[in-house]
Design a protein around this ligand. Structure first.
Ligand code: UD1
Length: 277
């Protein structure tokens, strides 16, 4: 198949052109520095063009961000989708919609959408892990980069939330547990064990931890004292969310096994490995 290299392929014009090229049977390779686009566009492109490439099964990486601040906790897959508070959240909602519509419109197409809670940690070998570009937005890379000395101080975004210690609560899940869920989902599709042509599963542990609890776990497991201070809330942050894991446990047959201490320790080992320690 003729290969075409498309620079800026996740951008506005680029993404549309990629779809057209794929429809014409070209094998498209995208190069994009994401300076003005989102990587999730790839999922959307895939959602539009899979049918032409004979793809029958799509595992989509969605996010618990689609629930916004849920009315009821733990949050089940039945909970309503709330208006997105970030462009990232919006891409997840849009991609879910595109896949949902396409599955409805096209026979012979199945999708499992996996709604990730907060993936953290690294492979136990410490050879792969989270590698954010520039200043990390997410909690754990900021924690480990602060502890190793790359960042001076962690800012804890608010301690006046309606939670026991005032900091927001999330359902952190070890990235290897999360990875395992994809294998289970793919098996389920290939063995034709799906009950419907579109299934949605929450991927979390079912346990919520506050920011301060995560910091405590990190300090305990690493033996490092973390330099942090409480600052104002970050706009767009919700108070608390954790998963109802019953559907994933019982129907998908998958369960997260690693606890918060294992997560923070593996994240720390990865940061140490990056620093050559
Ligand atoms: C963020 C994204 C969310 C995405 C998820 C992916 C925002 C507003 N939300 O969610 O769309 O699905 O990442 O993992 O960007 N925190 C600090 N200091 C920091 C960084 C984070 O106190 O320097 C706190 C946050 O206020 C939050 C918690 O740590 O309470 C977790 O933050 P983060 O890792 O960014 O995840 P989410 O906000 O849940």
């Amino acid at each position: 198949m003729q290969k075409i290299l498309v620079t800026g392929g996740t951008g506005y014009i680029g993404s549309h052109t990629v779809v057209k090229l794929q429809e014409k049977g070209y094998d498209v390779i995208i190069v994009d520095n994401l300076s003005n686009s989102q990587i999730e566009v790839l999922d959307s492109i895939e959602a539009i063009t899979m049918t032409t490439n004979g793809i029958e099964n799509i595992v989509f990486s969605s996010s618990c961000t689609v629930y916004g601040q849920p009315d009821k906790l733990p949050v089940t897959e039945e909970a309503p989708i709330k208006p997105a508070l970030s462009p990232y959240g919006n891409t997840k909602q849009m991609s879910e919609d595109i896949i949902r519509n396409t599955v409805n419109a096209v026979g012979n197409l199945n999708s499992i959408m996996l709604r990730y809670f907060n993936p953290i940690g690294a492979h136990e070998s410490a050879k792969i892990g989270e590698l954010p570009l520039g200043v990390p937005n997410n909690l754990i890379p900021f924690v480990t980069q602060t502890a190793i000395g790359i960042r001076e101080q962690l800012k804890v975004f608010g301690d006046d939330y309606a939670t026991p210690d005032g900091t927001p609560i999330r359902d952190y899940i070890h990235v290897m547990d999360l990875a395992g869920a994809h294998v289970v989902a793919v098996d389920r599709m290939l063995k034709k064990n799906m009950k419907k042509d579109l299934e949605i599963f929450n991927l979390g542990t079912g346990n919520g931890y506050s920011v301060l609890e995560v910091i405590n776990s990190f300090e305990k497991m690493s033996g490092e004292k973390l330099n942090y201070k409480i600052v104002d809330r970050r706009p767009g942050d919700i108070t608390e969310v954790w998963a109802d894991t019953n559907f994933a446990n019982n129907e998908l047959g998958w369960k997260a096994e690693k606890g918060i201490d294992e997560m923070t320790l593996s994240a720390w080992k990865w940061e140490l490995a990056l620093a050559g320690k």
